[in-house]
Each structure stands twice: as structure tokens, then as C-alpha cells.
Design a protein around this ligand. Structure first.
Ligand code: CAA
Length: 382
């Protein structure tokens, strides 16, 4: 077993760390407060290869491995979680599914635009009445005699929905077949029949724009079907396996930022004549924060390593996402507690970490869904 990173992995980590420290972290408070989309920062990430880290060079990406992706995501998330949400959706949810299931023309058109940072992508699975139970979707795709499809329906909670140029959409093409009747489609948001609905006012990751989208007789051409008809649910699930490594990395980055701020604070802040880090109750919190942070990091890297080896990593991705998101929530909570009044104040980023951490336990499969996936795969009982 080798815990060291390659030169290439360290290089992308360094690029991400530099952008996160110089551009993202200093502007995070502004974007959180205003809810503006950080377009310039996202372009900069794209220009530096961070929107298509695992995308091969021939499709405009950085051609690196899943470990490199994890390292870069951690750095960006440590600068600001909302930026890493946008990065994660572009890399994992958008590019990975097209790379795995798309035609050569689809890869050249859609993956290249997102990997080069000239456009933003989104992933539309969730609907107002179907979140965890993804097969309960109502969005319909009706096949026409010429092989095209007409799409009607609504999708909700679409990350980057307000700004996305292209969207990977999942819709029911043969409802009587249940999960085997779902098909994936490529959507161009500039075409007739595509509409954006209300933008969600959110607790955290406020700079990552989220909205409802609606399709009214939107026409998908035969060459815009992604993968085989009826294979959409499996595509969504395998893309989410990859996505969960991204969210685990995001949670690790956010948790690290909260932990590092706390570590510095307990050495400086004095009470009863000594640094608060000298008190055993603080020391216990620091020790538990460090253990949870490292456990989450190692599980995330293991899932990425398995992916890089071409092995199945569904369970490991869920374990990483579950552990990292719960660690991030717990660490951010303790960080606010240790900083006390300063932790609760908007003058420091702790309260933002606390608000941002919560989403990692919800999107790309709630903690309950991760436990279900892990237990089903462990027991073999469905
Ligand atoms: N990879 C490939 N195929 C998979 C798979 C995987 N990881 N998981 C399941 N499948 C296949 C199964 O093998 C099965 O195939 P067959 O039909 O050939 O038997 C098929 O998919 C159906 O599987 P299940 O019977 O297990 O499906 P289910 O209805 O019981 O659902 C679930 C399983 C785990 C609960 C799933 O619905 C799930 O993960 N739900 C959570 C959805 C989710 O994560 N949503 C997040 C929205 S996206 C988001 O948050 C993005 C964002 O904004 C950042």
C-alpha cells in the first residue's frame, strides 16, 4: 500500500489550492451574501482544467485520474463549498455519464464545452414529488415515428439550472417498465420548449444557483438520446456513484477548512488565563474532529482509487459520502461551538461552513439512502 501521490496529482492539487486561496476564499462571503453566481471564478477553474479533470485530453479535459479529482475538489471546497458544488456537477454528474455512455459526437459537443469551461452543465433527475424514490418520476418522453422524442414535465432542485447551457435529463419513455423505462437525453437550454422556473432560496451553498425547470413539448432528436433507450436509470445510478465521490470530497474540504480555523483559534483564544486548547473538553473535540476528518479523507480516496482501477465502487462511494458528509456536519458544528460568539457571527466563515455542510447530507442521495445502498450491497437483501 502506497499513501503517496503522483507528481501529476500533486500538480492539480496545487493549481486548485492556489485558485481557492487567491480567488475563491476571498470572494466566498460576497457570493454567499448576495447569492450571485461566481461566473468569473468558475471560468478560471475551467481554464485551468478543473471542470473536466478526468476528461481525456481529446475532449478538452485534463486527462487525470479520480484521485486527482478528489484532491482538487478538496482544495476548492476548502475555499468555498458552493464553488465546489458547481465543479462537482460539471465533472461528475455531467461529463462522466456522457463519457461512459455517449457517442463520439456527443462527447465532442457536450463534454468539450463543459471541460474547457466555456459552458456549464446540469443533471436533471429529481422532481417535485420524487427525490430519493427516483423511479417515481413523471417527466414523460414520448417517442415519435421518426425516432425523435417529445418531452413534457418538471424537474426540481437543478444545481446550475439557472445558468446551464446543456442538461443531462432523465425522463420516463416507457412508464409500464418502471426503472427500465427511463431514458437519458441531452438538452440544449436555448431551444424552444425549455423553461426555467423559480430559483430556490437556500440555507447554504448560496452561490450555487438552483432552480426548477420545465419542458413543454421540447423535441429531442434521435442523436440526442444518451445511451440506450430504457437504460437511463442505470446511467443515473452509475453517474451518482461518481458524483458521491465528488460530494464526499466537497465535505472533506469544507470539514478541513472548519478544522484548520478551529485549530488556530484554540491556540490563540485565552480563557481563565490559558489558551482554550489547554482544556480537556476542547482537546477531546480537536481529537474527534481530526479522527473524523482523516477517516472521511481515507474512505474518499479509497473509493476514488477503486474507480481508477476500473473496479465497482458503488458501496465504497456511498460509505465515503455518508462518512464525509456526517463528519463535515459534526466538525462544522463543533467549530461553531468552540468559536462560540465568533462562530455564530457572519464576521467569520464558521457559520457559513455550518450552513453549507448540511447539504452534503442531502443531495446526491441522503444519508438514509447511502445507508440503504451500503446495507443492500452488504446483505444482498433488496
Ligand atoms: N450502478 C448501476 N446500476 C445500478 C446501480 C448502480 N449504482 N444501482 C442500481 N442499479 C440498477 C439495478 O441493478 C437495477 O437494475 P435491473 O433493472 O437490471 O435489475 C436497477 O438499477 C434498479 O435498481 P433498484 O431496484 O435498486 O432501484 P430502486 O428503485 O430500489 O432505487 C435507490 C435504488 C438506491 C434508492 C436509488 O433510487 C437512489 O439512489 N435514490 C437516490 C437518488 C439520488 O441520489 N438523487 C439525487 C439527485 S441528483 C442531485 O442531488 C444532484 C445535485 O443537485 C448536486
Amino acid at each position: 500500500m502506497d499513501f503517496s501521490f503522483t507528481e501529476e496529482q500533486l500538480m492539480i492539487q496545487d493549481v486548485a489550492r492556489r485558485i481557492a486561496r487567491e480567488k475563491i476564499a476571498p470572494s466566498a462571503e460576497h457570493f454567499d451574501r448576495t447569492g450571485e453566481f461566481p461566473l468569473e471564478n468558475i471560468r478560471l477553474l475551467g481554464e485551468n482544467g478543473l471542470m473536466g479533470i478526468e476528461v481525456p485530453l481529446e475532449y478538452g479535459g485534463a486527462g487525470m485520474d479520480p484521485i486527482a479529482y478528489v484532491l482538487a475538489m478538496i482544495e476548492v471546497a476548502a475555499g468555498d463549498a458552493a464553488h465546489s458544488t458547481i465543479m462537482s456537477v460539471n465533472n461528475s454528474l455531467f461529463c462522466s455519464g456522457i463519457l461512459k455512455n455517449g457517442t463520439e459526437a456527443q462527447k465532442q459537443k457536450y463534454v468539450r464545452a463543459i471541460a474547457e469551461g466555456s459552458a456549464i452543465g446540469a443533471f436533471a433527475l429529481t422532481e417535485p414529488q420524487s427525490g430519493s424514490d427516483a423511479t417515481a418520476m413523471r417527466c414523460r418522453a414520448v417517442r415519435q415515428t421518426d425516432g425523435s422524442f417529445i418531452i413534457n414535465g418538471k424537474k426540481s432542485w437543478i444545481t446550475s439550472g439557472p445558468v446551464a447551457k446543456y442538461i443531462v435529463l432523465f425522463a420516463m419513455s416507457e412508464p409500464e417498465k418502471g426503472s427500465r423505462g427511463i431514458t437519458a437525453f441531452m438538452i440544449d437550454t436555448g431551444r424552444p420548449g425549455f423553461h426555467r422556473g423559480k430559483t430556490e432560496p437556500k440555507l447554504g451553498i448560496r452561490a450555487s444557483a438552483t432552480c426548477e425547470i420545465e419542458f413543454a413539448d421540447y423535441v429531442v432528436q434521435p442523436d440526442e438520446v444518451l445511451g440506450k433507450e430504457g437504460d437511463g436509470f442505470k446511467t443515473a445510478m452509475s453517474v451518482l456513484d461518481t458524483g458521491r465521490i465528488g460530494i464526499a470530497s466537497q465535505a472533506v474540504g469544507l470539514a478541513r477548512a472548519a478544522y484548520e480555523a478551529t485549530l488556530a483559534y484554540v491556540k490563540e483564544r485565552k480563557a481563565f488565563g490559558q489558551p482554550i486548547g489547554a482544556f480537556q473538553m476542547t482537546q477531546a473535540k480537536i481529537a474527534d474532529m481530526k479522527c473524523k476528518l482523516d477517516a472521511a479523507t481515507l474512505l474518499t480516496l479509497r473509493a476514488a482509487w477503486l474507480k481508477g482501477q476500473g473496479q465497482r465502487f458503488t458501496t465504497e462511494a456511498s460509505m465515503a459520502k455518508l462518512t464525509a458528509s456526517e463528519a463535515a456536519m459534526w466538525i462544522a458544528h463543533q467549530a461553531v461551538q468552540i468559536h462560540a460568539g465568533m462562530g455564530y457571527s457572519k464576521e467569520m466563515p464558521l457559520e457559513r461552513y455550518f450552513r453549507d455542510a448540511k447539504i452534503t447530507e442531502i443531495y446526491e442521495g441522503t444519508s438514509e439512502i447511502q445507508r440503504l445502498v451500503i446495507a443492500r450491497n452488504e446483505t444482498g437483501i433488496r
